[in-house]
Design a protein around this ligand. Structure first.
Ligand SMILES: NC(=O)c1ccc[n+]([C@@H]2O[C@H](COP(=O)([O-])OP(=O)(O)OC[C@H]3O[C@@H](n4cnc5c(N)ncnc54)[C@H](O)[C@@H]3O)[C@@H](O)[C@H]2O)c1
Ligand SMILES: [Zn+2]
Length: 341
């Protein structure tokens, strides 16, 4: 097992290679409540420690304040007080909701995660951002608060549908592109092993992703500067997600190729690196194009911003493994959409 620490508002230990079976070792003896979703419950509840359990539905539509209310109602019924401990066992949706519910219940109780999807192990459960959606606004209600621990059990990934592995790989490639050239080369050489969840390869990719993300979060927990680099590919991705049913990791892939083309246009990455990025995304079976009409994408990017905010912090690649944040006008981004999509 490997441990990486995040020192935010509290110290958070990310435990890579730890097992669900050992979860109990990280929990207090009482006042613990488990939050999970139907799918994870069916597959793994026989391995859960013996504590009360709240089982949520699945999908982005349940990531809202009424689900938080439901959890809070259960906690009150169970007589949980300030010494309570909430443990989320699931993907990004379960972790985002659990972290938020724990943060607001009685002004905040301790919590931890068992992260069960590739996307949540490499991204969602790392970094202390918790929250839910409101109307059509994603993650608009939330807070920064670190979980005490995050268990990343590689064995649990074996039951994931291939589509979820591909989506997680989108964020893994993002980490390599913004921060680690040798990791990018490693994925180029092992993309098939990654998709088939070869133990050694996937463990290494989860470890390096968490190392990159936690390194950035340790420098800039509240996203004032450096942490914005993690938004590479996400400006377009969010616009695609607004107008389609494409999954986040897939939308990020399309957004990363777009941002790479813009980087190439500004003379940062060369043509060869641009083709390497496109080839790798293709090999990982991630989409590099979108069917969403350019006018809808432009409208979504415009609407995403606050009324008086005319600029976007757009993340460009200087090289494979090196990112730079550039403040650009929304009109400029719209012109790139016309040019590159
Ligand atoms: N907080 C952050 O910093 C952050 C970062 C990135 C993404 N997110 C959020 O994460 C969410 C997406 O997370 P996700 O991709 O993990 O989605 P998810 O939680 O919906 O999980 C995907 C699917 O896999 C199922 N599943 C989970 N674990 C499984 C397992 N081991 N075996 C079989 N099936 C399993 C789930 O039931 C679900 O159907 C989004 O809401 C996104 O906003 C948050
Ligand atoms: Zn993302």
């Amino acid at each position: 097992m490997q441990t990486i620490e995040i020192k935010g508002n509290k110290t958070s230990k990310i435990l890579i290679g730890e097992k669900l079976e050992n979860l109990e070792n990280y929990l207090p003896g009482k006042n613990v409540v488990i939050v999970t979703d139907e799918n994870v419950d069916k597959l793994y509840s026989h391995k859960f420690p013996d504590f009360p359990k709240i089982v949520l539905g699945t999908g982005e539509k349940i990531k809202n304040l009424s689900t938080v209310e439901k959890i809070i109602g259960h906690l009150i019924d169970l007589g949980i007080d300030r010494n309570g401990f909430l443990v989320g066992i699931g993907g990004g949706i379960v972790c985002d909701i659990t972290g938020f519910a724990a943060s607001v219940f009685m002004r905040g109780i301790d919590f931890g995660f068992v992260s069960t999807t590739l996307l949540s192990q490499v991204d969602a459960s790392v970094g202390g951002k918790n929250g839910v959606n409101f109307d059509s606004y994603k993650n608009i209600v939330g807070n920064f608060n670190q979980p005490s621990f995050v268990i990343c059990d590689g064995n649990m990934l074996k039951t994931l549908p291939l589509k979820e592995i591909k989506c997680g790989m989108g964020e893994v490639v993002k980490h390599a592109l913004i921060a680690d050239k040798t990791m990018f080369e490693m994925i180029e050489n092992n993309y098939d092993k990654a998709l088939s969840l070869d133990d050694e390869v996937i463990n290494e990719l989860v470890y390096r992703s968490v190392q990159i993300k936690s390194g950035i979060v340790n420098k800039d927990e509240k996203e004032k500067g450096e942490r914005k680099k993690l938004n590479f590919g996400h400006t377009l991705a969010h616009a695609i997600e607004k107008h389609s049913t494409v999954s986040h990791g897939e939308a990020v892939a399309t957004g990363m190729l777009f941002a790479s083309k813009v980087s190439n246009h500004y003379g940062f990455i060369n043509n060869n690196d641009l083709s390497r990025i496109e080839n790798l995304l293709n090999k990982l079976q991630l989409p590099v194009k979108t069917d969403v009409p350019v006018e809808s994408l432009k409208e979504a990017i415009q609407k995403d911003k606050k009324k008086n905010d005319k600029n976007i912090d757009f993340v460009l690649l200087k090289n494979i493994g090196e990112a730079e944040i550039k403040k650009v006008s929304i009109n400029e981004v719209k012109s790139w959409i016309d040019k590159f999509l």
